[in-house]
Design a protein around this ligand. Sequence first.
Ligand SMILES: CC(C)C(=O)C(=O)O
Length: 506
Amino acid sequence: MKRRIEIMDTTLRDGEQTSGVSFSAAEKLTTAQLLLEEVKVDRIEVASARVSEGELDAVKRITSWAKEKGFLDKVEVLTFVDGDASLSWMEEAGAVTMNLLTKGSLNHLTHQLKKTPEVHFEEIEKVVQKAVDKGFNVNIYLEDWSNGMRNSMEYVFQHLDYTTKLPIKRILLPDTLGVLTPEESFSFVKALVERYPETHFDFHAHNDYDLGVANVIQGVKAGAQGIHLTVNGLGERAGNAALASAVAVLTDFVKDVEFNVDETTLYKISRLVEGYSGIRIPPNQPIVGESVFTQTAGIHADGDKKNNLYVSELRPDRFGRRTLYALGKSSGKANIEQNLKMLGISLPDEDLKKVTQRIIQLGDKKETVTREDLPFIIADVLDRAPAVERISVQNYVLTHSKGLQPSATVQLKIENKVYEENAQGDGQYDAFMNALKKVMRQEKFELPELIDYAVRIPPGGRTDALCETIITWRYKGEKKEMRTRGLDSDQTVSAIEATMKMLNLI
Ligand SMILES: CC(C)C(=O)C(=O)O
């Protein structure tokens, strides 16, 4: 029979300790909802007690929603050994599960708290007893436990001999500085699981040596019943073990455990947290990075047509994604054919060769080519009248003046009809889009949503450098996305170019 493990997501607590990240109350609530309702993690840690008014508001919103849904026990808050202070905060926030921070190494205890183990344990007991009497669930963190196991194992045992007898639910084992190796993660967790067989242990890894996922997996193999993860690996310093990667590794390589997470939702939560945190997901981040299911080398795209030679267990559809084929200097004919197929275009061999040559030349010049660029390249290379210019910008004026709202006046030609509209916006491009929306409304045409806007300027510090804007669009409720690209030395102009390509494509 498989052993059931719990996944605790701490994006909203440890993840928010990523430098520069701060979630608003509304962002915390929607993230908590997605994590519990769709991703289906078992528990979430959503804040540290007593941090700020904003945190209190966020936890109140989450707990009142969670109560209605019957999820209140799944919402946890980091609290401190501080007499009644954290407890009062918890009561005000409406939370019922506290993760009490205690010292897991003699080094931390003597140098930070400057207390003896006996005094520390008695203070912990008082807080736990009071919390339980008031109806709270208590889990206990042993901060710096990993160094505790390395350098003061006797202290860790003394702590656990004492605290595992208290009325608590779980012991949480953080590798606070992310210094453990996978071998130590296994042997340290195993030592505790054997010594305290009745206790539920969670393992909490940090990623300072890029070993976060490897370490949580070893923790699970050693018998930990729970692991702490964060979306996109956010967290203090180098972050925590990443949710998506750990889930994929556990599913594929640790066959004797089971857990609740729905892997088809991992991409969605990753994008949501990317937006809220402002921390871009590196394109090569396993499972959720933009490029990780993109075949670039022509030989790979060719192999995909021949008995799926370049496909592994890690299929993109498991995560709600699909295989894409990059266009650039290493793409061969097969990549281009795969992209044309997605656009419903087929070309004779001779023409395909010419288009391939042009894409290789563009790649040599470091230009990015998207699938949506293909019709334009085909028209150009094969000297065909571009069937794509049904909508064109005739003129526009964009203003940006100090103290006044940016505005745009836009003249558009749609087939033979000319429209002119103006609008204001939060920036010149926003004003342009608002004017465009007015025109398209007259044509009873709904624009797709802009879901990503990426600007790339080559390094080198030139003010006249070419600026590439790649915009991703999607119609509400649809899965399929479209990316269009513009290139100009002016950033707004390159965004307008990308927008016009989108209009002509749809
Ligand atoms: C605050 C504590 C629990 C922590 O995140 C850690 O020690 O890694």
